[in-house]
Design a binder for this molecule. Structure first.
Ligand SMILES: N[C@@H](CCC(=O)N[C@@H](CS)C(=O)NCC(=O)O)C(=O)O
Length: 230
């Protein structure tokens, strides 16, 4: 079918889930075609490749679709074995990384929900997020007992770094938008140093949307979701 060896990614620039796949492909040095989807007018291909949730990201390898970002990350790891692994080799460590990735996963929905809130409800949502981050700050000491590494050509971000980065790589812009400060170095020294280290990575810089574009998008979403602006 002429699809042998082809790698395509259907994504959307603001999607943290698509961003993690973009990042994994770049970190692994895999060549791929990127297809930007308009989520208000999804392509026939996207609907055909992901009829179940109709969401991005979808990776299409050799003409076959793979959906769900965490599943895609594992697929990439198992398929392109010449480049460094995203998940640790040791099964116990792998289990731990998967556990913490699953722990972080609901955070996107928590953040998205805040776009519909203001006043006391917004404060409660921020408190809930802060408490979840307290647990993560403590838990990450197990993952990084010697502190977060300085990423380099030799020490590239892995699976859990990618998940964390996709959710918090633009946290400063989101906080600026809401006029709040959640992730302070005083309360979350490890999480803040983790994000700072990830922001130095060239591939992370490549996939992070520009601040002004993201601020405009958040404004658009807030207008769409905030009840009294409807
Ligand atoms: N659990 C999915 C979440 C994907 C997701 O929520 N994608 C959003 C963009 S951030 C989407 O495609 N939304 C379109 C829709 O819901 O119709 C994953 O990890 O891949």
């Amino acid at each position: 079918m002429g699809e042998e060896g082809s790698v395509k990614l259907h994504g959307m620039w603001a999607s943290p889930f698509a961003r993690r796949v973009n990042l994994a492909l770049k970190l692994k040095g895999i060549d791929y075609d990127y297809i930007e989807e308009d989520l208000a007018n999804k392509s026939e291909e996207l609907l055909q490749y992901n009829p179940i949730s109709k969401k991005v990201p979808v990776l299409v390898h050799n003409g076959l679709p793979i959906v769900e970002s965490l599943v895609i990350l594992e697929y990439i790891d198992e398929t392109w074995t010449d480049s460094p692994y995203l998940l640790p080799k040791d099964p116990y460590q792998r289990a731990k990384h998967r556990f913490w990735a699953a722990f972080f996963e609901p955070i996107f929905d928590m953040m998205k929900k805040t776009l519909m809130l203001q006043g006391e409800a917004l404060e409660t949502a921020v408190k809930e997020l802060s408490e979840k981050l307290d647990v993560a700050e403590h838990g990450m000491k197990e993952i990084y007992p010697n502190g977060v590494p300085s990423f380099s050509q030799e020490v590239k971000p892995g699976y859990l770094d990618i998940v964390f980065c996709s959710l918090f790589g633009t946290q400063d812009v989101i906080e600026e938008f809401f006029g709040i400060k959640v992730m302070t170095p005083e309360r979350y020294p490890l999480l803040v140093s983790w994000i700072d280290a990830l922001k130095q990575v060239p591939q992370v810089q490549e996939v992070t949307p520009p601040k002004e574009k993201l601020l405009g998008f958040l404004q658009f979403l807030r207008q769409k979701y905030l009840p009294q602006n409807a």
